[in-house]
Design a protein around this ligand. Structure first.
Ligand code: EPZ
Length: 427
């Protein structure tokens, strides 16, 4: 199993190209199921989850071909064609690897009238039920039953029909499934209290490029006029705001200066706001965002919440950064019930963090010390890499497969701006 070895204390500086967004790619890929024509997706990040999704689509009968990046470019282009859907079953073997597989449920049901998808089950950060996904599809006329760990969904004869969907809480995935189903449902659908994440906006833009009719894009109230069919399209995945935010924290925690090439400030308002509050200089320019820090960071009070508030996917990275803050910070995680798995590992590196319920008090220390640490989930593993970049001595991060799910060529990007970081394969 691979490990990542980091010798901390280097001040990082230079440019990091931001890849396409994982969480946008995972909802754009299943849109291929919504048309019998070709869908060409560009700026796709080279990540384990994107590969897994490609395999899942192949299982359903979607043909895929990839045009790789030239030289040391990042990202790639995939041509997908679902001319014929040969299976409507998303098997446990794939779904257990990647819970985002649930995002084939809506488009399969809308296009084929039926879908059987393994229930994702819980994950390290929380129980993560899918009840809201199912309720949304029932509001479009689907009949749903659960058998042997699978969701079996069936559309009425004649297909799904438009309906009113009102979410009691904001769910990114349930909004995505509802959208991908409603665009082919007969008549008008409304989604109330929809998620407003930039990845949802990216999905809406692709669907409109495929011929869908969606009003209210970017708001929590979406109105969809269903179409009989959608056509093919060519579309580039948006830049990854969480990857950009993570590397911004790398600049901040090492007192460095990094240009996040391709990052879009308008898609990460709360992240940039929090960085500025911590005393980090943030400058938007026409090719991205420059982040520069010198001196100790100011403590913060942050609470995670749906977009446009501070994203839960940045909580762990900010915690690592604030471990070296000048005073005590208070973080509150409101989205997932178990998203502090990185805390004991940071404490092993000399951090002072105390958890009470959903809140964590982070008292800044003068220095972190390198240690062997274990990754538990994607963002937690990035917080350990960040701590390692600032720590005295060597940090060894194990279970790095968590990182490969969401960060494209992380060591290459970080060493290009001066980090002493390498991956070792321990057979
Ligand atoms: C998406 O997950 C992202 N994943 C997550 O990113 C992100 O943390 C999350 O949105 C919140 O921003 C992808 O896009 C692939 P939710 P998702 O449905 O859609 C509860 C990362 O690090 N809920 O918005 O699964 C749920 O338990 C990952 O890149 C229900 O109760 O998140 C949670 O508490 C991690 N019932 C809350 O809603 C449901 O049917 C928000 O979950 C659905 C969700």
């Amino acid at each position: 199993m691979d490990t990542i070895h980091i010798h901390g204390g280097q001040r990082l500086s230079g440019r990091i190209p931001i890849s396409g967004a994982k969480n946008a790619a995972l909802t754009l890929l299943p849109c291929a199921l919504l048309t019998d024509e070709e869908l060409i997706l560009g700026n796709l990040p080279r990540l384990a989850d994107v590969d897994t999704f490609g395999h899942l689509l192949n299982q359903l009968g979607v043909t895929t071909s990839v045009a790789g990046a030239r030289g040391n470019e990042f990202g790639r282009r995939m041509t997908l064609s679902a001319a014929r859907i040969t299976s409507t079953v998303a098997p446990y073997d794939i779904v257990r690897k990647m819970r985002a597989s649930i995002l084939v449920l809506g488009p399969l049901l809308a296009r084929s009238g039926e879908a059987t998808v393994s229930l994702p089950g819980g994950c390290a950060i929380g129980t993560r039920p899918v009840d809201l996904h199912l309720k949304a599809l029932e509001a479009l006329g689907a009949e749903i039953e659960m058998t042997a760990g699978y969701v079996k969904a069936r559309a009425p004869d004649g297909g799904l029909t438009g309906g009113q969907i009102s979410f009691p809480i904001v769910s990114v995935g349930a909004t995505e499934n509802a959208l991908m189903a409603a665009v082919l449902a007969k008549g008008r659908s409304e989604i109330v209290n929809a998620a407003r994440e930039p990845e949802i906006v990216d999905l809406c833009r692709l669907l409109v490029a495929m011929g869908a009719s969606i009003e209210g894009i970017g708001t929590d109230h979406l109105v969809i006029e269903g179409r009989d069919r959608l056509h093919g399209a060519r579309y580039d995945v948006m830049p990854d705001r969480i990857e950009a935010g993570s590397y911004a924290c790398a600049a901040a925690i090492t007192g460095g200066e990094i240009d996040l090439m391709g990052a879009k400030a308008a898609e990460m308002p709360a992240i940039l706001h929090a960085l500025r509050d911590a005393g980090v200089a943030v400058t938007e320019h026409d090719r991205g965002i420059r982040v520069a820090a010198d001196g100790r960071l100011k403590p913060l009070t942050l609470s995670t919440a749906p977009h446009p508030a501070f994203p839960t996917d940045m909580q762990a990275q900010f915690m690592a950064m604030l471990c070296l803050g000048d005073g005590a910070s208070l973080l509150t995680e409101t989205i997932f019930e178990n998203r502090y798995m990185h805390v004991p590992e940071l404490v092993r590196m000399g951090a002072d963090v105390e958890i009470t319920g959903r809140s964590a008090v982070v008292r800044g220390v003068d220095q972190l010390v390198g240690a062997p640490v274990m990754a538990t989930d994607l963002r937690a593993s990035m917080s350990l890499v960040l701590a390692g970049l600032a720590a005295r001595g060597e940090t060894v991060v194990s279970r790095v497969y968590h990182l490969d799910r969401g960060y494209e060529r992380l060591e290459e990007k970080l060493s290009a701006v001066g980090a002493a970081i390498e991956r070792r394969s321990d057979g």
